[in-house]
Write a protein that binds this ligand. Sequence first.
Ligand SMILES: [Zn+2]
Ligand SMILES: [Zn+2]
Length: 237
Amino acid sequence: MIKVLKPIVDLIAPPLCLICEKPTDKVVCDTCRSKIDKTLEIKENFCLKCGGVFDGRVCPRCRDTKFVFEFNRSVYIYKKPIKDLIEDFKYRGIKRTSDFMAEKMANLIEKEFPQIDFLVPIPIHPTRRRERGFSQTELIVEKLSQITGIPCDCSSLIRVKHTRVQANLSKGERKENLKGAFKLKNAEKFKGRSILLVDDVMTTGTTVNEAAKVFRRFRSIRVYSITFAIAVYGSRS
Ligand SMILES: [Zn+2]
Ligand SMILES: [Zn+2]
């Protein structure tokens, strides 16, 4: 009986805000949204190359890595509650989070990027996809494509190496870990075009950079990057 009733209860009960868990008809309620927009949304004083925020004169992320994409922009600083939002989405499979992510990212595309021909998700390895049951970046890209009308390509950039989690590795280890991680099929399709790589979080930026490199072997392909959140470089929080 309980099993039968459960879906009905789900339909009747109003959905809860993913941050404060109070009833709302939105994914993130207005109160939480204005709070995170005020405290964590990146609007000024960001690095024009990697899109990160930093103290001092030189961007530490760009000092450590030579990025081959034109530039990256990110919506939020990767701190609580944005961090929890992304973790719930990825590891607990709360898929409606992607509606909110795509809406914010679509606004940023309109504001910051030139004409883009294709949206390309940073792929996860097929093994990880099987474990998780879905690819979070593909889901975001599909929704982004619906909102912006920019076509997406979810099959040409492939992940051929099952990499370890980057965050706990040294700079040298990270580089080695990612070497040859991506391959590009159908390169012809992208020549002379602008593509936008899409990921949920940028930490060091080395993953996106490796993906950008397989496109940049063809000099006529322009590569841009967007992520929902970006970590404060060197910070573990
Ligand atoms: Zn809320
Ligand atoms: Zn930078």
